[in-house]
Design a protein around this ligand. Structure first.
Ligand code: PSU
Ligand code: MN
Length: 312
């Protein structure tokens, strides 16, 4: 994952409670900050940031939200740092390619799935909870817009618990790419790969695990074998917060046309689509977004606890 002569420790600030948990064998769950800075509006994102950390603490685990602040890698944020990420003024979106640029220049950056995985691996954290991952965009066969999240899953030993991928992506090609890169895609109690707002995408997972303990066992085996990279855990949105797939499809097609007309591309496309979908659907989809992310945090904590027992 890192070059042999790496000395990333000198850039890394692990929050005291996170360090204490790591030292004491208490499971730590990594969280991303792009979901806050570029995925949700202020101040709702601040309420969500507190809620998601609470869900993890209620499961007797410790949360570590990642961010790049003032030239430092932060694993675990203070209240003030969470506020900074949520206000998102002059806070960029940092994926793997941006990582060194932000650190060397001291710019503040919110971490995506890819860069949160990097931070987690540096801090010695194996399990990460998010909302949805990036993937192969629709028309990606022409634009080559494929999120760096997928490469990171192939290379970095962190398991990502998500509610699948949004229909803004080409979910079929995203799964094909993950297969090529050797990333296991595991359903938590489901054989269907979820589609963020919806419980089913129309595509299957590689394995429908019966519970979090079985997922932990698979992760432990993968890493004991020395197989490089992470894993993707698909945890469907709770039934009561799920949206209709066909309705979402209409909204997303509209959002894609708007993005095209506005000439948005590259790293700006995902935040643009997220904001547009929220505007088009109003509060309902946002409620789903929050609830599925909280549900993923709970699932990640349960996996982490079983994984900790296996690796004691
Ligand atoms: N999809 C969502 N919500 C998000 C993201 C994706 O439903 O917040 C964010 C995540 O941080 C993800 C990133 O890692 O967008 C992917 O961006 P890109 O496609 O530019 O790699
Ligand atoms: Mn992209």
């Amino acid at each position: 994952m890192f070059e042999n002569n790496a000395s990333y420790e000198k850039y890394l600030d692990i929050a005291p409670d996170v360090q204490e948990a790591l030292d004491g064998g208490i499971p730590v769950i990594a969280l991303e900050s792009t979901i806050l800075s570029h995925g949700m509006p202020y101040p709702e994102n601040l309420a969500f940031a507190a809620d998601v950390e609470k869900v993890i603490r209620d499961e007797s685990c410790v949360p570590a939200t990642m961010a790049l602040i003032g030239g430092r890698i932060k694993a675990g944020l203070t209240k003030e740092e969470l506020e900074l990420m949520c206000r998102a003024e002059n806070v960029g979106k940092v994926s793997r390619r941006d990582f060194a640029i932000y650190l060397a220049t001291g710019k503040n950056g919110a971490t995506t799935v890819a860069s949160t995985m990097i931070c987690a691996a540096m801090a010695g954290i194996r399990i990460f909870a998010t909302g949805g991952i990036g993937g192969v965009h629709r028309n990606g066969e022409n634009t080559m817009d494929i999120s760096a999240d997928l490469q990171e899953l192939a290379n970095t030993p962190v398991a990502v618990v998500c509610a699948g991928a949004k229909q803004i992506l080409d979910i079929g090609r995203t799964l094909e790419y993950l297969e090529t890169m050797g990333v296991p895609v595991i359903g938590n109690g489901t054989k269907d790969f979820p589609a963020f707002f919806c419980r089913k995408s129309g595509y299957g997972v590689d394995y429908a695990a019966k519970d979090e303990a079985e997922i932990a066992a698979i992760l432990n085996t993968k890493w004991e074998l020395g197989l490089k990279g992470g894993a993707l855990i698909g945890n469907p949105v709770p039934e009561e917060y799920a949206q209709d797939f066909g309705e979402m499809e209409k909204v997303i097609e509209k959002a894609l046309v708007m993005a095209d007309e506005a000439g948005v591309h590259g790293k700006d496309i995902t935040p643009f689509l997220l904001a547009t979908i929220k505007d088009l659907t109003g509060g309902e989809s946002f409620k789903s977004n929050v609830q599925l992310a909280l549900n993923n945090a709970r699932c990640a904590a349960r996996i982490a606890k079983r994984y900790a027992e296996l690796t004691k």
